[in-house]
Write a protein that binds this ligand. Structure first.
Ligand code: UDP
Ligand code: MG
Length: 134
């Protein structure tokens, strides 16, 4: 049984021109890219996507950042896709991420950490629906 997850290449990584490298890594890790688009979120769209974090101190800054430029949103599919993509991304704080992970390689700070990935089946379904509603 395969699983689906939502991946986002965040504005910091798009500005650094590492979109190609990140997509290559996704393919090298065996994920199927089922859908993909480039978007520039409004502040309101970024707030909606990160609504689970609405009470966190970092919510306003995070949603400013996520609406600051183009992002690439992808629907990935593979066996164990959710956990595998989080493993390839690395820890939220790039300074704590394992060498070889995307956040270790391309992240700049705990906020500007290059990529997003869903953290469980329910959130994956909700996040996929947020961007790829059919
Ligand atoms: N974030 C932040 N400050 C923090 C923790 C998180 O700016 O102290 C940002 C960061 O961009 C992170 C996102 O908020 O990727 C969502 O946080 P979460 O804890 O869900 O981390 P993730 O699931 O992305 O690893
Ligand atoms: Mg999260």
């Amino acid at each position: 049984m395969t699983e689906k997850t939502l991946a986002i290449i965040k504005p910091d990584a798009v500005k650094k021109k590492v979109v190609g490298k990140i997509i290559q890594r996704i393919e090298d890790e065996g994920f199927e890219i089922r859908s993909m688009k480039m978007l520039h979120l409004t502040k309101e769209e970024a707030k909606g996507f990160y609504i689970v974090h609405k009470d966190k101190k970092f919510y306003n800054s995070l949603t400013d950042f996520m609406s600051s430029g183009e992002i690439v949103v992808m629907l990935l599919e593979q066996e164990n896709a959710i956990a595998h993509w989080r493993e390839v991304m690395g820890a939220t704080d790039p300074a704590l991420a394992t060498p070889g992970t995307i956040r270790h390689g391309f992240g700049f700070s705990v906020e500007r950490n290059a990529v997003h990935g869903s953290d469980g089946q329910a959130t994956a379904e909700w996040e996929i629906n947020y961007f790829f509603k059919e």
